[in-house]
Every structure is written in structure tokens, then in C-alpha cells.
Design a protein around this ligand. Structure first.
Ligand SMILES: Nc1nc2c(ncn2[C@@H]2O[C@H](COP(=O)(O)OP(=O)(O)OP(=O)(O)O)[C@@H](O)[C@H]2O)c(=O)[nH]1
Ligand SMILES: [Zn+2]
Length: 544
């Protein structure tokens, strides 16, 4: 604590705005050092600019001594920079490298580093060889203090690397392109929603739940149906037609008869894919088969694109569970997640034990957007709009003389599409008379109940409504993440801990779920609900 107080006093000399950034909260104080880092960077940049362009010297203000002193004072925190942007390539020392967190175990993270400065050839892979090295890393304590969480899938800056013992320390995290909660994985590019046609039998409502959960993240998904050898051709065709009407093109596969696996391997290449689906459908079996050299079509036999630590086992075969003969379900219980490197490039994450999508991120208003069949018209138009942009781009890039007639036609059509798009955006997400329409037969609603999954939509909407009402009572607002983002100095996005009122500790998910269940019981005998005006309750009554 004394160190923090001294820093605060010195910092007061810098600038009044910076002083106001400080609070007495110790966590916040630590976080603010990262803001301070921006000040010191800009002072350095100014100096560099002056060196490069000496004519400008007189126009620039003299270097602020206080800023330089601040830099000196906080040099111990020099690597606590703002979150790094994905394209950023910070200069690396001999003991630093950039890598991907592939697994988390207790206090250690396994990081596969790919890029780094030129290092001694016998301990580190040659630069540009494409071969990664596994390092066992701890997370720098100060990152934990400011709640800059490191997740599996994160791109990280590793420092203090001992290339012989394969140890290092995660010093900073790059900004994520995506983040999912169940299981917690960063930078996911793709979901593989895997179900089996039999053992356990494909259930349309369970499938809908998984699809809705995946759709709600906005991350692209592929739907694959395993154990296809257990059903006849007629069943396959039936499911294909049915799923097409939901807006999906399923990939049929069978780990046992090795069918459909090349198509899947092609789809998964060079992406970080999370495989989701109920227990017992064959997720682990599929992952093991796809990772075996037999199915890495582009990789040479035995070609391991990363060099594991001697004796480490986390990336080896996934455990395959038995299917319980009584329930037809799998028996997995472990809940941990690792990114398993695919030999041809990319990663796969298994999700054992994450068998019930929580739908925590789905709201009443966003639910309809997770059903592709509801906004099918909208999507077709948007897709044609995007391909149109592409055509336009190419024609203007070509070296040939521009064909004016063609160009005018293009512009006219572009205008037309823009108008349609505007119309759609104005009416998004529902195209109904009022934009918070829940499609439950409200006046002016264009979505009728004539689609197969309407009852599922209805059921999920009811579930989400109950949860939202409970959250509103309990937390006063809808729950959001524990970190909020602020655009700081130089437009850099920075994470800031979001503290719960009164308590500075986050409740465990288990206790939140438990309190939600308790609350739901209370809610059932509550008569304060607005029965008259609630569209879901009204529609339920009408459907009875
Ligand atoms: N008939 C048949 N059985 C399969 C196929 N693929 C996997 N299985 C079997 O299905 C059972 C469950 O497979 P797992 O890979 O453990 O399933 P999982 O989805 O990973 O299950 P959890 O780990 O519990 O989430 C195992 O007995 C597999 O041998 C297939 O294509 N056909
Ligand atoms: Zn509507």
C-alpha cells in the first residue's frame, strides 16, 4: 500500500485530468497504470518525431519533465500496456514471443508460440519454419489484479521465456475477435454443432437449443449429424429436407464407417472450431479421428506442427465415453476445455460436460434472429447485396477501359439494393409494424406461426422471459460481463473491471444458477406480473 500512495502523490504532478482518473480503490489504481502508459508512449513518440524532423522542433512544446519522471516511476509496470490490437506487432526481445493459449490447468497455461525474434537454433524453432513450441506459462499477477482475464484461445504476449525449460510468463493479451461463455474460449471462428441420428436419437427441440445458443454468438456454424450408418437412406433424406426448411444444410457423417469426414476436415482447416452437442453423439470420437494423420489430407504422415513439452499429454486423444444403455446418453462428467491442434492447421475444442446450452446471452428481442427461417428473406437480400459490392469492386479495379453503360447499370442496381436494405434495416429485426414485435400474433406482425419451429420459438421465448424478469428483479438490470470496455488514449480499447454494487467479488455461476432456480419458484406464485399486456401470456392463453 505505501508504494501505491507514493505513486499517487507523484502522479498528481502530471495533469489534472489524469489525477481525476484515480480513485482510492486499489484495483482501479493498478488498472490506471495502463492509462498512464499511454501518456509515456506519446511523450516518447513526440521525441522520436522531433529527431526525425528537426525543422519542426520549434513548433513542438518542450518535453514534459513530469511525464518523463512518471515513466521512470512506473517502469516496473512497463509491460502493463493497454490490450494489444490484433494487428499489432510489438517489438520482441530474445525472451519474448507471441502465442496462443491452448490449455489452462490450475495456475498454468499452455501456450503454443509461433512467432518470435531469431533465437538460438538448438533451443527454439527457426523463424518462419511454421513449427510452434509449447511453453508452460504463468499469468503475470498484475493482469489478474486488473481482471484482464486470459482465456483458452487468447493470443498472448509471453515474456521471461526460458527456451530450455520451456517456461514463460503471459505479459499481455491481444484484443479478442470473439468470446464465448460456455465453455469459456476466446477467438472462436466457427462452431461445429454435432448431433447423432441415433444413439442418442436426434431430438429437434434439443437441436434447436444448441443451434440458438450458437447462432446467438454471431459466429458461423456448421451442423453435422453423426452415426449416419445407423439409419436408412429415407431417414437421411427426411432430415435433410426438414433441416433445409430450418435454414441449415447438414453434413452427414459417421466416425464408424468413415463417411463424410473429408468434407468436415476441409471445413475445419485453419480455423478455431468449438465442437458442441449433447453427450454421447461422438464429439470426442470425431475429434480423435480428424486429428489422426489419416485424415489430415494436407499434412504429411506424422507431421506435428508444434513441438510439445516432453511428457505433456493434454493434446493427445480425447477420452471416449460409453453411451449409457438405459438413457441412450453419454456419461462424461469432466468440464475443462483445451484447443487441440489439428495436424493440417487450426484447432478443435471439445466441450465434454457442457451439454445444456444456458441461453444466457439470448434476449426476448434477439431470439427471433437465432431462427434463420424467420429472417430468410432478409438474409437472401443481404447476401446478394454483399456479392454485389464484390462485383462492383472488381470491375472498378480492372485495368480495362471502364464500360460506362455497364457502370451506370451497376450504380442503378446498387441504389436499388441500398433502398431495399434501408427498408430492411428500418424494420429490423422483424419487419413487423413495431420493431420490438415478438411475433406472437401482435397486430401488424408479418411472421405467422406457419413454420415448423414456431412452438420451439414460443417455448424458448417463455423460458427467456422468466429469466429476464427474474434478473430484472434481482440485479436491477440484465446481467452483463464482469468487464466493460472503454476507449482510452489513442483510441485503444481497454478493459475495466465492472464491480458489482456492494460486493467486489463475483458470485460463482453455480450460486447464480441456484438463486435463479429459487427465484423462479417465487415467481410462480407472484401475482404482480402484468398479465393483461404480456404478449407471451396472451399468446399462451390464445393457444390453449
Ligand atoms: N455407431 C456409431 N457409434 C459411434 C460413432 N461415433 C462415435 N460412436 C460411439 O459413441 C459413443 C460416444 O462417443 P463420444 O465420442 O464419447 O461422445 P461425446 O459426444 O464425446 O460424449 P461426451 O464426451 O459425453 O460429451 C462411443 O461409444 C463411440 O464409440 C459412429 O459414427 N457410429
Ligand atoms: Zn412480428
Amino acid at each position: 500500500m505505501p508504494i501505491a500512495s507514493i505513486s499517487l502523490i507523484r502522479h498528481r504532478a502530471i495533469t489534472p485530468t489524469a489525477t481525476s482518473l484515480f480513485t482510492s480503490n486499489h484495483n482501479n489504481l493498478l488498472y490506471r497504470f495502463s492509462t498512464l502508459r499511454c501518456f509515456t508512449i506519446s511523450a516518447k513518440q513526440q521525441q522520436q518525431q522531433q529527431k526525425q524532423n528537426p525543422n519542426n522542433v520549434s513548433k513542438k512544446p518542450p518535453p514534459n519533465k513530469n511525464l518523463l519522471r512518471a515513466k521512470h516511476t512506473f517502469k516496473d509496470y512497463s509491460s502493463l500496456a493497454p490490450i494489444l490490437s490484433p494487428e499489432q506487432a510489438p517489438p520482441l526481445s530474445q525472451s519474448q514471443a507471441i502465442g496462443t493459449v491452448a490449455a489452462a490447468q490450475a495456475n498454468f497455461m499452455r501456450v503454443i508460440v509461433q512467432s518470435g525474434p531469431s533465437r538460438t537454433a538448438d533451443v527454439a524453432p527457426p523463424e518462419g519454419s511454421g513449427i510452434g513450441v509449447e511453453l508452460l506459462c504463468v499469468v503475470r499477477a498484475v493482469l489478474k489484479k486488473i481482471k484482464r482475464r486470459v482465456l483458452v484461445g487468447d493470443k498472448v504476449l509471453v515474456g521471461s521465456i526460458d527456451w530450455v525449460d520451456r517456461r514463460g510468463m503471459i505479459e499481455n493479451v491481444f484484443q479478442r475477435s470473439s468470446e464465448i461463455l460456455d465453455p469459456p474460449v476466446a477467438n472462436v471462428d466457427h462452431f461445429l454443432v454435432l448431433f447423432s441420428l441415433e444413439q442418442p436419437r436426434l431430438e429437434p427441440f434439443a437441436l434447436t437449443r444448441f443451434l440458438v445458443e450458437a447462432e446467438s454468438t454471431g459466429i458461423p456454424l456448421t451442423l453435422a449429424l453423426n452415426k449416419s450408418e445407423l439409419v436408412d437412406e429415407e431417414t437421411l433424406v427426411g432430415w435433410k429436407t426438414r433441416l433445409q426448411s430450418w435454414g441449415y444444410e447438414p453434413v452427414f457423417c459417421s466416425v464408424d464407417s468413415k463417411s463424410g469426414l473429408d468434407a468436415l476436415a476441409f471445413i475445419l482447416k485453419d480455423q478455431t472450431t468449438v465442437v458442441v452437442g449433447p453427450s454421447g453423439v461422438g464429439k470426442s470420437s470425431l475429434i480423435n479421428t480428424l486429428r489422426s494423420s489419416h485424415h489430415a489430407s494436407d499434412a504429411e504422415e506424422g507431421d506435428n506442427w508444434f513441438d510439445p513439452i516432453l511428457g505433456s499429454k493434454w493434446f493427445e486423444e480425447q477420452r471416449i465415453g460409453e453411451v449409457s444403455t438405459r438413457s441412450g446418453r453419454g456419461k462424461h462428467t469432466t468440464r475443462h476445455v483445451s484447443l487441440l491442434p489439428l495436424s493440417g492447421g487450426g484447432y478443435l475444442a471439445d466441450t465434454p460436460g457442457f451439454n445444456q446450452p444456458s441461453l444466457m446471452k439470448v434476449t426476448k428481442q434477439s431470439l427471433a434472429q437465432a431462427f434463420p427461417e424467420v429472417c430468410a428473406v432478409c438474409e437472401t437480400l443481404c447476401t446478394s447485396f454483399d456479392s454485389f459490392k464484390l462485383v462492383f469492386f472488381f470491375s472498378s479495379e480492372s485495368n480495362a477501359e471502364p464500360d460506362l453503360t455497364c457502370m451506370f447499370q451497376l450504380i442503378a442496381s446498387l441504389n436499388y439494393l441500398l433502398q431495399i436494405r434501408k427498408m430492411l434495416i428500418d424494420n429490423e429485426p422483424t419487419k413487423c409494424s413495431f420493431n420490438n414485435c415478438l411475433h406472437l400474433g401482435e397486430p401488424g406482425c408479418v411472421v405467422k406461426g406457419d413454420w415448423e419451429r414456431y412452438p420451439y420459438y414460443f417455448q424458448l421465448l417463455d423460458e427467456i422471459r422468466i429469466r429476464e424478469e427474474f434478473q430484472l428483479r434481482t440485479f436491477g438490470t440484465k446481467r452483463e460481463g464482469d468487464v466493460r470496455f472503454k476507449v482510452g488514449e489513442m483510441g485503444v480499447k481497454q478493459a475495466e473491471p465492472r464491480l458489482e454494487p456492494k460486493k467486489h467479488r463475483r458470485k460463482s455461476r453455480k450460486s447464480i444458477n441456484q438463486s435463479i432456480l429459487d427465484g423462479l419458484d417465487e415467481l410462480d406464485d407472484d401475482d404482480n406480473l402484468d398479465m393483461e399486456n404480456d404478449p407471451i401470456l396472451r399468446a399462451m392463453k390464445e393457444n390453449q
